[in-house]
Design a protein around this ligand. Structure first.
Ligand code: ASP
Length: 588
């Protein structure tokens, strides 16, 4: 017996592909009703799918169909069969703008409620509403295109790394809590009362164990989870391009991942960048007050501490550091404009006490807020130190070194923003290397690992570990792009004794170290090869490559700024039954 299989052919073409070459063809399209224009005797409908928009037309030659079309609403899912015909009034803005479909058959595949916001490039929906109905937001070009762009980036990354011999290995999501870095998200175990899994902040220890396992080049595009207090544009779950290599030195990692970044910039933007600059952490802090400097523009720090002290200006005389930047072409700023900048640096988020300014006028003279104390020669010296040219405005902050650097760095970025120097289509990557191994934490009164506890000290600094641990540098590196840290990593410790020593330095007793990280140190006893790695923050990388700042816009289903998923309403309570099963009790 012959089985007749009925195949419903939903579409012969997409809504983005028909043009004048198809005129006369019979086609079937499926998609969403974007817009209906009812002119009485004719109805035009814009039909949308992922690929584009095609105009459907209905006229009085087929009154039944015209009536059917009249009943459609926005976002109805329909199937239309008809002929491709030339359009009377063409739309050169659309790839399909030369044609329309003269519809002969129409089927409603599903109806739709009136959407809560318009599904257009420029929508009337606020952010929260669009998050609640994210599936509708994804129908809009800006979000849809971002997701397609993200997919393109991940594809390029995978192909590039696969070509280099990297193996994609999945590591577990249910692991154990470790007291490093941020706070863990924990998952109670039903089968083991009082015991908890933790979601990984990164696959760090697993990728190191893969090196012990001989996997040699590992990569994974992987979700990581950090229960941090939410800052703007941070997500509690985010994605890393996580990589590790064995039998390599820092130089191999820098070369490999500079290669990857160059490949992305070339494939996506057609930009070829010569070798990425490299600067030490110490130099980055000195020149930009920041370990992720935006080098698309200058305004490097000038250290005025020596030049500005001892001239009778009390405020400066008492300070540890006096630092300035030359803002290009801003000498013509009015008093009011400068007052606004002063107010800006005094905001609690920045925290400066005040600001001194010097106008370097086009005629070569200087006018400053501290003319009483400093001669034209003094100010000329400041101009030299800050690299100011006639026409520039020198802005000076002072205080303790760390705070002043942070404040002036924020001001530098703000001025660049105001002057339009942070161009989204310009890309300026650099490596920051030689990070300190440890940083002193005033609150806990002990050292913290600047990168993480598995980072190796530079061999030439290792002798300082016992005497001056704060001075030890690490083979740790960050890849910075346009003022954002897009990747970071290090050469790791692969020796049990060194790992134990490091954990001691970080305040772990031998027992605690063994309990928390025994699995890793034990593995190091079985032939751990020298190794190191890096992880890129994929969400931010994609956003920057896409010329935007907000990572939420590149995540299909992001959390809001309070860490909530307002679409599925998470986090949420669970039933008493679930609590009991998990041996949990809520204490109010
Ligand atoms: N695991 C590190 C991180 O998440 C990256 C690395 O050292 O490879 O920052």
């Amino acid at each position: 017996m012959l089985l007749k299989i009925l195949i419903k052919m939903y579409r012969t073409h997409t809504c983005g592909e028909l043009n004048a070459n198809h005129i006369g063809q019979a086609v079937t399209l499926s998609g969403w009703v974007q817009k209906i224009r009812d002119l009485g005797a004719v109805i035009f409908i814009d039909l949308r799918d992922r690929y584009g928009i095609t105009q459907l037309s209905f006229n009085e030659n087929n009154r039944d169909l015209l009536e059917q079309a009249r009943k459609l609403g926005r976002e109805f899912v329909i199937q239309a069969k008809g002929k491709v015909v030339e359009r009377a009034s063409k739309n050169p803005k659309l790839p399909t703008g030369d044609i329309e479909i003269l519809v002969e058959e129409l089927e409603v595949l599903n109806e739709s409620e009136i959407p809560p916001f318009t599904i257009e490039d420029e929508t009337d929906g606020g952010e929260e509403l669009r998050m609640k109905y994210r599936y509708l937001d994804i129908r809009r070009n800006p979000v849809k295109n971002n997701l397609i762009f993200r997919s393109k980036v991940t594809q390029l990354v995978r192909n590039y790394l696969a070509d280099q011999g990297f193996i994609d290995v999945e590591t577990p999501y249910l692991i154990k809590s470790t007291p490093e870095g941020a706070r863990d998200f924990v998952v109670p175990s039903r089968m083991h009362p009082g015991h908890f899994y933790a979601l990984p902040q990164s696959p760090q220890t697993f990728k190191q164990l893969l090196m012990v396992g001989g996997m040699d080049k590992y990569m994974q595009i992987v979700k990581c989870f950090r229960d941090e207090d939410l800052r703007a544009d941070r997500q509690p779950e985010f994605t890393q391009i996580d990589c590790e290599m064995a039998f390599i030195e820092q130089e191999d990692i820098l070369q490999t991942f500079e290669g990857l970044t160059k490949h992305l910039l070339k494939e996506i933007h057609g930009i070829e960048i010569a070798d990425f600059p490299r600067i030490s952490y110490e130099e980055a802090m000195r020149r930009y007050g920041n370990d992720k400097p935006d080098i698309r523009f200058g305004m490097e720090f000038g250290d005025l501490t020596e030049a500005a002290k001892g001239k009778g200006f009390n405020v400066f005389d008492q300070q540890e550091a006096i630092l300035g930047i030359a803002v290009p072409g801003a000498a013509t700023y009015t008093r009011k404009q400068i007052d606004k900048i002063t107010d800006w640096v005094k905001r609690p988020q920045i925290g400066a006490k005040g600001m001194v300014y010097v106008k370097y006028n086009e005629d070569g003279s200087f006018k400053s807020s501290v003319d009483k104390f400093y001669s034209q020669d003094d100010l000329s010296e400041w101009a030299k130190i800050t690299g100011a040219n006639p026409g520039d405005l020198i802005l000076v902050l002072s205080g303790n070194l760390d705070a002043t650097r942070a404040q002036l760095s924020a001001l530098r970025m703000e001025m660049a923003e105001r002057l339009g120097l942070r161009k989204p289509d310009e890309f300026a990557p650099l490596w920051v290397v030689d990070f300190p191994l440890l940083e002193w934490d005033e609150d806990t009164g002990r050292y913290h690992a600047m990168h993480h506890p598995f980072t190796a000290p530079k061999p030439e600094d290792a002798h300082l570990l016992d005497t001056e641990p704060g001075k030890v540098r690490a083979n740790a590196y960050d890849l910075v792009l346009n003022g954002n840290e897009i990747g970071g990593g290090s050469i790791r410790i692969h020796d049990k004794a060194m790992q134990a020593k490091m954990l001691n330095l970080l305040g772990f007793s031998d027992e605690e170290a063994q309990k928390q990280f025994g699995f890793l140190m034990n593995a190091f006893q079985y032939g751990a090869p020298p190794h190191g790695g890096i992880a890129f923050g994929l969400d931010r990388l994609v956003a920057i490559l896409g010329g935007q700042e907000t990572i939420r816009d590149f995540i299909a289903f992001p959390k809001n700024n309070a860490g909530r998923d307002v679409m599925i309403d998470a986090p949420d309570t669970i039933s008493q039954e679930q609590l009991d099963e998990l041996h949990l009790r809520i204490v109010e």
